[in-house]
Ligand binder design. Structure first.
Ligand SMILES: [Zn+2]
Length: 78
């Protein structure tokens, strides 16, 4: 079974504030975050952009199903 069958996200306390490889400060801003389609959903990845350091950490993943669900829940509130 794939890790990406279900939505998940890492706890905030588990998000590194600096790169464990090169020590670069990692800020959870768009500069350091990449959001892209992966499998059947959307994956958010924190990455280090310091030179050729290629540290990456997946912060969250949301399946298309859950994206649709949260969108329709928002509609219900309106
Ligand atoms: Zn780094």
């Amino acid at each position: 079974m794939s890790k990406y069958d279900k939505s998940f996200s890492v706890d905030e306390e588990n998000i590194p504030s600096e790169c464990p490889i090169c020590g670069n400060d990692l800020l959870p801003t768009s500069e350091y975050i990449d959001i892209h389609y992966h499998a059947d959903g959307i994956r958010t990845v924190l990455y280090c952009n310091n030179g050729d350091c290629n540290f990456k950490k997946v912060l969250s993943y949301e399946t298309n199903k859950d994206v649709e669900k949260s969108m329709s829940e928002e509609d219900d509130e309106n």
